[in-house]
Ligand binder design. Structure first.
Ligand SMILES: Cc1cc2nc3c(=O)[nH]c(=O)nc-3n(C[C@H](O)[C@H](O)[C@H](O)COP(=O)(O)O)c2cc1C
Length: 186
């Protein structure tokens, strides 16, 4: 049986809380048998979207292929002025061809968001990422939000780490169930 692929997209430009949150979510799924991969957008060369994808060739080609192969996608962002980071927004804009060709349709989405101020600010980011999923007709599995400021400080909250792992476990379970339902129908 082929393994279920789940990829994580880290939308922070620094090595910090978002990376930990995406890593732990993936870890929950990996420990239960998923094949996981984490992509750090900060290490990638992704040009701005200009609405003319044919002329672009950069790391987005490789990431798009991976997104197409994955059943589940975890997106992590820091909160920047009540929004996603520019790094992540640029990536989202470049998913336009995936959206247009329906390649994200039916995939499962989980979201992790961190901010240092308050939940209202963080929730706006979660809501936005949910909207992105809705636009692409993805299936929303759940989200984990955390309040943390200093890089890496989210790791001090053991309950939060557990919550993240459970999100990953849940994503894998939901994907497995959906597969079984499909098998029953055929
Ligand atoms: C440009 C910028 C804007 C920020 N705006 C907010 C904000 O609106 N609300 C909030 O709660 N935290 C805000 N923060 C704090 C970060 O979300 C917080 O430090 C988070 O832990 C960063 O995640 P990272 O460690 O993954 O980079 C901002 C940080 C930066 C650099």
């Amino acid at each position: 049986m082929t393994e279920i692929k789940i990829i994580g997209i880290v939308g922070s430009p620094r090595k910090g809380n978002t990376e930990i949150m995406v890593f732990e979510t993936l870890e929950g799924a990996r420990a239960r048998g998923a094949e996981t991969e984490m992509i750090l957008l900060s290490n990638k060369n992704i040009k701005f979207c200009r609405g003319s994808e044919e002329s672009e060739y950069d790391d987005m080609n490789e990431i798009s292929k991976k997104m197409g192969e994955a059943k589940g996608i975890v997106i992590g962002s820091p909160t920047y002025f009540d929004n996603v980071s520019g790094l992540l927004k640029n990536f989202i804009d470049r998913t336009l061809p995936l959206y247009e060709t329906g390649k994200l349709k039916g995939k499962f989405l989980a979201v992790t968001v961190v901010g240092e101020a308050d939940m209202q600010s963080i929730n706006r980011v979660v809501d936005y990422l949910k909207i992105f999923g809705e636009i692409c007709e993805m299936k929303f599995v759940g989200s984990v939000s955390a309040i943390a400021g200093a890089p890496g400080s989210v790791r001090e909250d053991e309950n939060k780490i557990q919550e993240l792992r459970q999100l990953g476990e849940r994503m894998l379970e939901v994907i497995k169930k959906a597969k079984e339902v499909k098998k029953d129908v055929v």
